[in-house]
Design a binder for this molecule. Structure first.
Ligand code: IVH
Length: 611
């Protein structure tokens, strides 16, 4: 997916904000700022306002006419999203009485109510739900078709005015907010002018107490020097202004009752314990299930059914159970033990060697089948629109499919009468599946879920062996000889290609008309990450560590082992390094989920970051 949006070089760099994490750091920042400004600390005026968890946007007006809107991008170059922003109803198209050019900056977001309504629609359409309002807003803003953006009820909140070639009479930040409001922009009504560090501290505490009373997600408080002339004096570093600071609110933790512990089976057979909770709203969305990672983690946390537990979504969109709250005098249930058999098929659950994970040993396990087919249809593989987990489960339960190959034999007539389907959706699904027959061989290989064969390896393999037949006929040594393919990947693929089940599946995929061929292109890999440092931490599905680094390098980037001010972004995989994640948080470096890695490689950008 290369970006469909043209790059926009910002007239004035869109800076980020430095962060503080507790009241002491905030106090120290106030003192330092007053000293640098040459003002007594107790008399310096600030405005304290909410830090909205959305996406920064710069909107340019020429002689009062909206002419362009751009995302922040890397601060220097963003993406032109003008057509989409024109559909946001609370963005004024014209500003009365303005001459020359000016730029309004602020945040695009989805209110809680609009987020809930959007996810309800997604559910009704059997489409994937959004994890949180921020990701939903990002996805909605970056739509190719503005009418889709228009249907998403985005809002914009303005907090900054950059007169690039015009003069305005604002002398304070509060004046600016008043000016913006008089043009019809939404500004934060809670933005309040306070004096001195005591004012700053008590107002930020107010925000902390009321963080859930907002109609949108806030992930902190922004404190800004009110006097615009003083801001000029204070200036900025290359990354952030010295006149403002973000006080990050601690990751939200909630307590709720743990109803039971269950085990889910993934496509490789991995058994993951998870907590079934009394539903609780954490950081803007309702959480009823939370991961417990693995057997050792459950034992370590010693959480038991009936316990009051702490739940959070720290640094990630995936909710997790932190631990149990002690309730003196309450009788606890017996310690929970990892089951020895698969809850889905009854086969044995086994731990391999010294791995911390446990696996269901039955390759025909229905839960594995479900996860395999969902993976086959997913974005990273054949990208079959409209074939999410719910639908795959429905088709499996009805016996309409049992294997990925069966998908290609589904007919409109099989689907049209099913619950949740109509003529339109049945046709759409069959068409989407038919389109996948032409998918490049590398995507088919990814979809088959062959151990160790991720997108990068699959592309390397199919560059050398363009058809399935050629790949199947290749001797082990020829596979190992391919650049980037070591004995582990080669061995795994070689064995997979020779399994009976694979042969049977291939007969059917061929009969269905899959081309099983890689389109040959001589185009060099586009340099989407030229000069950018991308730190990868934790496991990224489909990539070994070396593959992930090689993929970044192939696109002109570097992949240093630690996070610094110069880091472009941090890709956070499973079981990430805590130090890297914390450092990125401290420096305000974007942290992006591993599911965005392929998008990052292809476009140099991302559509979602971690909260
Ligand atoms: S002022 C130069 N004010 O936070 C100052 N930013 O972590 C630039 N944000 O990129 C930003 N609410 O997207 C400012 N009230 C607010 C904000 C805010 C959210 C975002 C903004 C910025 C990011 C920095």
């Amino acid at each position: 997916m290369s970006s469909v949006f043209s790059p926009v070089v910002h007239g004035e760099v869109m800076l980020s904000l430095d962060n503080v994490f507790d009241p002491e750091e905030l106090r120290a920042w106030c003192e330092r700022t007053a000293r640098l400004a040459g003002v007594a600390s107790e008399s310096l005026a600030y405005v304290v306002e909410p830090k909205i968890d959305g996406l920064a946007l710069a909107i340019t007006y020429d002689d009062g006419e909206l002419v362009r809107a751009a995302t922040r991008g890397d601060g220097r170059v963003g993406e032109d999203v003008t057509d989409n922003v024109r559909t946001i109803t609370n963005v004024p198209r014209t500003l009365a009485g303005v001459t020359g050019r000016l730029e309004v900056r602020g945040e695009v977001f989805l209110s809680h109510a609009d987020f809930a309504a959007l996810n309800e629609r997604q559910r009704a359409l059997a489409q994937k739900e959004f994890a949180n309002p921020r990701n939903a807003a990002a996805g909605s803003l970056r739509q190719k078709d503005p009418s889709v953006t228009a249907s998403r009820s985005l809002s914009f909140l303005a907090y900054q005015l950059a007169p690039l070639a015009t003069t305005l009479s604002c002398t304070t930040h509060l004046d600016t907010l008043d000016q913006l409001a008089s043009w019809g922009f939404l500004t934060a009504p809670e933005a309040l002018r306070v004096v001195g560090e005591s004012g700053v501290l008590s107002r930020s505490e107010w925000f902390e107490t009321h963080r859930h009373d907002f109609d949108y997600d806030i992930d902190g408080v922004v404190i800004k020097v009110d006097d615009l002339a003083l801001r000029e004096t204070l200036g900025a570093t290359s990354r952030a202004p010295r006149w403002a600071i973000a006080r990050k609110l601690p990751p939200e933790e909630r307590t709720t009752r743990l109803l039971k512990i269950e085990v889910s089976i993934g496509r490789t057979g991995r058994a993951t314990p998870f907590a079934v909770l009394e539903p609780v709203v954490v950081a803007g969305s309702t959480v009823a299930l939370a991961t417990l990672h693995n057997q050792d983690q459950v034992a370590l946390k010693d959480v038991r059914p009936g316990d009051l537990v702490i739940v959070r979504k720290a640094g990630d969109v995936i909710p997790e159970v932190v631990g149990a709250v002690r309730e003196p005098g309450r009788r606890r249930a017996k310690a929970w033990h990892f089951p020895s058999t698969c809850p889905e098929c009854g086969a044995a659950l086994e731990r391999r060697g010294d791995e911390s994970d446990t696996y269901c040993v039955n390759p025909a396990c229905p839960a594995q089948r479900l996860a395999q087919i969902v993976h086959f249809a997913s974005r990273s593989a054949l990208d079959i629109e409209g074939l999410g987990e719910q639908r795959v489960a429905q088709l499996l339960a009805l016996g309409l499919i049992d294997d990925v190959a069966d998908l290609f034999f589904l007919r409109v007539d099989d689907l049209i009468e099913l619950e949740g389907f109509g003529a339109l959706s049945a046709n759409a699904l069959v068409t989407a599946i038919a389109a996948a027959k032409e998918a490049p061989l590398s995507r088919v290989l990814v979809g088959l879920g062959i151990r160790h064969v991720g997108p990068v390896a699959a592309r390397e393999l199919t560059k050398r062996f363009v058809t399935y037949d050629a790949l199947e006929a290749a001797p082990l040594e020829a596979l190992e000889a391919i650049e980037g393919i070591g004995p582990v990947i080669a061995g795994s693929l070689y064995a997979y290609l020779r399994e009976d089940e694979t042969a049977a599946r291939l007969v059917r995929l061929r009969a269905a008309g899959l081309t099983l061929r890689e389109p040959v292109t001589d185009a060099p890999v586009s340099q989407t990450l030229a000069g950018r440092a991308v730190v990868v931490t934790g496991a990224v599905e489909g990539f070994s560590r070396d593959e992930a680094e090689a993929a970044v390098h192939a696109r002109g980037g570097t992949s240093p082992g630690s996070v610094s001010k110069k880091t472009y972004c941090v890709v956070v995989g499973e079981a990430p390094g805590a130090a890297k994640v914390t450092r990125a948080q401290e420096l305000g470096i974007p942290r992006i989920p591993a599911s965005e890695f392929v998008t990052l490689l292809e476009s140099g950008s991302w559509t979602a970051t971690l909260a």
